[in-house]
Each structure stands twice: as C-alpha cells, then as structure tokens.
Design a protein around this ligand. Sequence first.
Ligand SMILES: Nc1ncnc2c1ncn2[C@@H]1O[C@H](COP(=O)(O)OP(=O)(O)OP(=O)(O)O)[C@@H](O)[C@H]1O
Ligand SMILES: [Mg+2]
Length: 222
Amino acid sequence: MIKASDVSHSVAVHGGQLQILKNINLDIHKGETVAIVGASGSGKTTLLGMLAGLDVPSSGELTINNTSISALDEEARSTIRRDYVAFVFQNFQLLESLTALENIMLPLEVKGDKQAEKKAASYLERVGLKLRAQHYPRQLSGGEQQRIALARAFACEAPIIFADEPTGNLDAETGALITELLFSMNAESDTTLVLVTHSAELAERCQRQLTMHAGQLSEHCR
Ligand SMILES: Nc1ncnc2c1ncn2[C@@H]1O[C@H](COP(=O)(O)OP(=O)(O)OP(=O)(O)O)[C@@H](O)[C@H]1O
Ligand SMILES: [Mg+2]
C-alpha cells in the first residue's frame, strides 16, 4: 500500500543542509495499524508528510498504491491524496466558518459525491454528535472537535488514514475516548491507519510500532 525505499530528506538552513530523514525503508500493508513514536524533533511529522504524499523526499523512492510519488507534480500528488488519503491532526484543523456538518461534507463535495450531506450526517451520528450538527468549531469542546475531525476523515472512505498526535491536545480521559473511536471506526472500515503519537497507550493499540530516532527508523518486534 505504501512503500518507502531508502528515503532521505534534507532542507537548506542558513548556508548548510539539515538532514531530517535518513535512509528510511518501510512497507505498510493494507489494513495494518502502525504507530510511529520517538522524541520531539526526530522527524515523525516529516515522515508522515512524505508517506501521505504531501511532500517529496530529497532522495529515495516512495510509492502509494504502486504509484511513485517522486515522479509526480503537485497537482498529480493532490489527486493521489484525494483518492487515497485522509488526515487527523493534533489541532483538529476544522474550518472555523463551517458548521460541524459542513466540515464533514466539504471533502465529499470536493470529490463530487452526490450523497455528501447524507453521508456526513451518518458519520456525525457515528461519532455521537448528531445534536451538534449546526455548531461551529468554536462552539465545540476540543474532544468534540476531534470527533468531528474523525468523522470527516472516515466519511471520505479513503483507504489510508494518517493521524499526527490525534490525542495530543486532549486530556487523558478524552484522549482515551478518541482512541476508542479511532480504532473502532478503523476496524469497521478496514482502513490502513498510520499514526504518530507520544502516548504509549495509543501506540500499544497498533499492530506495529516504529521508532524515529534522529531521522532513522527502527521497528520493535512484538
Ligand atoms: N521545513 C523545514 N525546514 C527546516 N527544518 C525543518 C523543516 N521541517 C522540519 N524541520 C526540522 O526537522 C526536525 C524534525 O521535525 P518534525 O516536525 O518531523 O519532528 P517531530 O518528530 O514530528 O517532532 P514533534 O514530536 O515535536 O512533533 C526538527 O528539528 C525540525 O526543526
Ligand atoms: Mg510532529
């Protein structure tokens, strides 16, 4: 489903080069749940962005569903993302000017889904927030906003969900609720889930655990 072969990434910083990712090799199969853990600044978010086709590595090969990302321009990569990828972020990233329901509908409308409103309403109900349909993000708690973000991600029915610290801004109890919802919705839809977390509990829930250390990746075998 996603394959990284010898992926490295450097950025230019005041006269020098900063190497963020070093020779990453990774194969993620359909339906797997994968956690990426590691110290702050070790390159987890950068790697997630590469795996999701948001950015292109400086060297190495990255394929999503057998399509090589490096050879594509931004427009072609955005088409791949639209068809294959959905995101959940630490800071929810809902659009402030749209209601909860409209936030879930938006990516479906972008795809031209005629059932956008109906589908969005059913995912809103799935996350237990039917009564908050007309609320704007500022009228929702953090945990509620993340539930809307989960509904938005799963409503797309993309084969791969990427989540960058999905419980990072939430208290322990709310984080546990989001974790339950994330894994139950993932199991229902048979999605591939790749998440970054600082939470040992969340990482433990995944079938595979990978650790980033200064741009290098290692896998724990359990
Ligand atoms: N565009 C960029 N330009 C320069 N440096 C960058 C850029 N993007 C990331 N970095 C640097 O690369 C390193 C890895 O960043 P990244 O955001 O991937 O870390 P992370 O593991 O996700 O950390 P955290 O757990 O704090 O979110 C950091 O030292 C960061 O400062
Ligand atoms: Mg990060």
